[in-house]
Design a protein around this ligand. Structure first.
Ligand code: G3P
Length: 214
């Protein structure tokens, strides 16, 4: 499973890009608002930090309006993936962008049928939201089951669309994404940093440090 950074905060992307293991970045309007810069400025900076797919989200609306915005972002850099919301207008826009050779990431996916609609339109990626689905269902595995079901459906019908597990809130969501067979997980900075940690690693390091003192 590839690791993407789910943030538009440039300092965070600068830091994680130095680890050498982050292969893409996803943004959305909430993350852009948090970053304090415009989406256009964020794109210009992020493309210089990470050489991989960078998702830039259009505003929800009519297919033609989303297409116009999508073409602007896509023209900014070869790595731009246009993030399109899961609506009927969005499906129409994805179909057209696919014809134009522009990569898409269909976002706000919460069901297998939505994933089928997106993949049928030729979406490069779909983004099922684990955390938000768990919130709605008040369970800790609805997001996991969704990713698993989408994975199986894509396999059955031989779709090439890749799954980006999104709305990752904690380490268990990362583990679930791996188990469910997500192609990619897009992970917030805080959770990315936690992924390297384990209490027994810290304990082991202390024991080794004490031993080498002796
Ligand atoms: O990748 C989508 C993500 O940014 C949404 O996360 O925590 O707002 O559900 P959250």
């Amino acid at each position: 499973m590839k690791l993407f950074a789910d943030t538009a905060i440039i300092n965070e992307i600068e830091e994680v890009s130095q680890w050498g293991i982050i292969s893409g970045v996803t943004t959305n309007p909430s993350l852009i608002a948090k970053s304090g810069i415009t989406l256009g400025d964020a794109i210009k900076k992020i493309v210089n930090l990470v050489d991989g797919p960078i998702s830039a989200e259009v505003n929800e609306g009519k297919a033609d309006d989303m297409l116009e915005e999508a073409r602007v972002y896509a023209a900014m850099h070869k790595n731009i993936v246009v993030k399109i919301p899961m609506t009927l207008e969005g499906v129409k826009a994805v179909k057209q962008l696919t014809k134009e050779g522009i990569k898409t990431n269909v976002t706000l996916v919460f069901s297998v049928s939505q994933a089928l609609m997106a993949a049928s339109a030729g979406a490069t990626y779909v983004s099922p939201f684990l955390g938000r689905l768990d919130d709605l269902t008040q369970t800790d595995d609805a997001g996991y089951k969704l990713v698993k079901d989408i994975k199986e459906m894509f396999k059955t019908y031989q779709f090439k669309t890749e799954i980006i597990a999104a709305s990752i809130r904690h380490l268990e969501h990362v583990n679930q994404s791996i188990k469910a067979g997500a192609d990619i997980a897009t992970i917030p900075y805080k959770v990315l940093k936690e992924m390297v940690k384990h209490e027994l690693t810290d304990k082991g390091l202390k024991i080794f440090a004490e031993a080498s003192q002796k």
